[in-house]
Design a protein around this ligand. Structure first.
Ligand code: APR
Length: 245
């Protein structure tokens, strides 16, 4: 691959990066959306129709996070965040579609959770958001404004605007290298980030078990378990080998 000056990196992660830590992906034979209908738990209408069901669903997922540990791919991302700025003078922006906390557990900071976070709740009445480690329930009063009926898990449902889009677009607009790790490329706007990054001249690479739905948008793909391909790639970058793997 042609080498050019690399400074600013944007990493987009999806469910695949957490699969080896025991968190099921969304789309596969045993995926989350095989067992639960999106329209029952992940659209604004579901929260109005049956709030208890929605809270129950995310409470169960939140509890299931407790014993989950980051894997080599999460650790490679946090190593790159830590070491790349002094190595290159550039930046690493981490954007995840995941609602788990495995990037944080791996030591990453400033994680942009574009689809929200299971360990956060927010209030639709006053807009406040806060860290929430325990179960939530429909009649829970908001700890900030005290109103009842507005508290919900801080999850971005289908039909809702992802968090921090302005921040993400700003990072993409100045990136030299875009890495997509463990994402199927079927959910927008994240699936369009590669094209955006390409339009500003970035080199775009995907890391996946197999070619994603948007594989042809990328310059190259590294296929296999992210816990194996990503650490190797990151070590190469940090030893000055450039984009080889
Ligand atoms: N290493 C690398 N990639 C993997 C691994 C692994 N060990 N295991 C699975 N994958 C890949 C799969 O091949 C697939 O392409 O991860 C991808 C997971 O795809 P999805 O389940 O569709 O997850 P994601 O792309 O994150 O979904 C996007 O959809 O339902 C919404 O809000 C939800 O954030 C989610 C969004």
């Amino acid at each position: 691959m042609t080498d050019k000056t690399l400074k600013n990196i944007v990493i987009l992660t999806g469910a695949g990066i957490s699969a080896e830590s025991g968190i099921p992906v969304f789309r596969s034979e045993s995926g989350l959306w095989e067992n639960e209908r999106i329209e029952d738990v992940c659209v604004p209408e579901a929260l109005k129709r049956d709030p208890q069901k929605v809270h129950n669903f995310y409470n169960k997922l939140r509890r299931s996070l407790l014993d989950k540990k980051p894997n080599g791919a999460h650790l490679a991302v946090s190593k790159l965040q830590r070491e790349w700025p002094s190595f290159s003078g550039g930046s690493v922006t981490l954007v995840t579609q995941n609602i788990d906390d495995l990037h944080e557990k791996a030591g990453s900071s400033d994680v942009i959770h574009m689809h929200g976070a299971l360990l956060c709740a927010r209030c639709e009445c006053c807009g406040a958001s806060w860290r929430q480690e325990r179960d939530t329930f429909p009649k829970m009063p908001c700890p900030k404004c005290g109103k009842i009926g507005g508290v919900r898990p801080d999850i971005v449902f289908f039909e809702e605007m992802p968090h921090d889009m302005e921040l993400i677009e700003k990072a993409l607009a100045k990136c030299d290298l875009f890495l997509a790790v463990g994402t199927s490329g079927v959910v927008y706007p994240a699936a369009g980030f590669c094209r955006f990054a390409k339009s500003v001249g970035a080199t775009c690479l995907e890391f996946n078990l197999k070619k994603s739905a948007v594989a042809s948008d990328f310059d190259a793909g590294f296929y296999g378990k992210a816990s194996e391909t990503l650490p190797k790639f990151v070590d190469g970058l940090l030893s000055g080998k450039g984009l080889e793997i």
